[in-house]
Design a protein around this ligand. Structure first.
Ligand SMILES: Nc1ncnc2c1ncn2[C@@H]1O[C@H](COP(=O)(O)OP(=O)(O)OP(=O)(O)O)[C@@H](O)[C@H]1O
Ligand SMILES: [Mg+2]
Length: 254
């Protein structure tokens, strides 16, 4: 299958005040692939991820230069509808962050604010389907009215994934989604991520090299705000072109 470009950075720079956090990034991310972003702490991984749904807009003194395109549209153009952008580009964070609502209420929330259901039966069906897609349904189907906080950490993270997918995003960003989870929950989430790429384009930040190697199709190595190397994951992990990449993945720094 030919690769379709879903996201493209062109000479993209990001600054916090005068501090440059991303420098001249040129980067093409493909549709229905899993792209891992790796690199030492502070290299700009989260900044890049949060630039993709303009979450950084909320930070005072954050600004950008260059272009960041999704489906060939620069998402930093003046007339971009940021609410709609964030609906298209969902996000899952390091720590599960369910709303203080029931399990059902967490998933129904986005459907309600975007008015994405016809009647209660339709709402229920969409909640059920997203929980099934997130591999959580069997564990929660009898407890939909229980608080989301009663779930385990791994279940809460799958709930957050269900909450992200229920409003039909095109892209899902994940910033270290398993770093607070035990190995069993991590394995479940990784399996889920691999399944999700059938319908979504996934960009995942991880500090876990085995995880990047296990789940991703492409890997991008960032260092000090620069994209050092980007290639198929198998290539990055078996025969990286850049010495810095090799040193990082073999654990010599970072
Ligand atoms: N809100 C902020 N205000 C000012 N500087 C920031 C802010 N957020 C990040 N930075 C700076 O931008 C650079 C990149 O940070 P970023 O959070 O993107 O790194 P990261 O690769 O995600 O690191 P980690 O692996 O530790 O999560 C760092 O030097 C950081 O100090
Ligand atoms: Mg980060």
């Amino acid at each position: 299958m030919e690769n379709n470009i879903r996201i493209e950075a062109r000479e993209f720079n990001a600054y916090y005040d005068k501090k440059c956090a991303l420098k001249d990034i040129n980067f093409k991310i493909f549709s229905n692939k899993i792209t891992a972003i790796i690199g030492p702490s502070g290299c700009g991984k989260s900044t890049f991820l949060r630039s993709l749904n303009r979450m950084n807009d909320l930070i005072e003194n954050f600004n950008v230069k260059g272009e960041l395109l999704i489906d060939n549209e620069n998402i930093y153009d003046k007339d971009v509808d940021v609410i709609f952008l964030r609906k298209r580009v969902g996000m899952v964070f390091q720590k599960p962050n369910p709303f203080p609502k029931s399990i059902f209420g967490n998933i129904a929330y986005g459907l309600r604010i975007h008015k994405m259901f016809k009647n209660y039966d339709d709402l229920y069906m969409k909640v059920e389907n997203s929980l099934k897609e997130a591999a959580l349904w069997d564990e929660v189907k009898d407890d939909l009215n229980k608080s989301a906080f009663d779930l385990s950490g791994g279940q809460q993270q799958r709930l957050c994934i269900a909450r992200a997918i229920v409003i039909n995003p095109e892209i899902i960003l994940m910033d270290e989604p398993t770093s607070s989870l035990d190995p069993t929950s991590t394995a479940k989430i990784e399996e889920l991520i691999r399944k999700l790429k059938e319908h979504y384009t996934i960009v995942i930040v991880t500090h876990n090299m085995q995880q990047a190697a296990r789940v991703s199709d492409y890997s991008a190595f960032f260092m000090q705000g620069e994209l050092i190397e980007y290639d198929e994951t198998t290539k990055i992990f078996t025969a990286p072109s850049n010495k810095l990449t090799e040193e990082y993945i073999t654990g010599r720094f970072g």
